[in-house]
Design a protein around this ligand. Sequence first.
Ligand SMILES: [Cu+2]
Length: 143
Amino acid sequence: MMGRLSGNAAIAAAFTIALCGIASATATMGTTHAASAATVHVTAQNHSGQSGTATLVQKGSDVVVTLTMSGIPAGVAEPAHIHPGTCAKLNPSPKYPLTNATKGTTTTTIHNVRLASLLSGHYAINVHNAHNPSIYAACGDIK
Ligand SMILES: [Cu+2]
């Protein structure tokens, strides 16, 4: 009787391990896929009327950030960065500088960074008012 219970327990344990193995393999595949590219919606803050979309793409050891903005007046270049935190609670010290945002598309290559680490939910793309950088014009959480 005891031997039979032990046998069942062993089978159950093996089955659980097998299920966990499948689950973790699936999660790993999902993470790998998600980490190759990400899209961030950058929305207006402080009534700037500015919004846009950023794409982040892993290229080798670099991440290329392409930011396309509308609502920025022609000829105006606004500071843009990746900051730690979220748009709701932003760390004011930038982590990675981005090319100044202008009307249209700007591109930045950030060297030696993993997109997966940027997708941890702890970073946001922030665009600042050109005349007063302490005023945030637009923001989007990277996730
Ligand atoms: Cu900033």
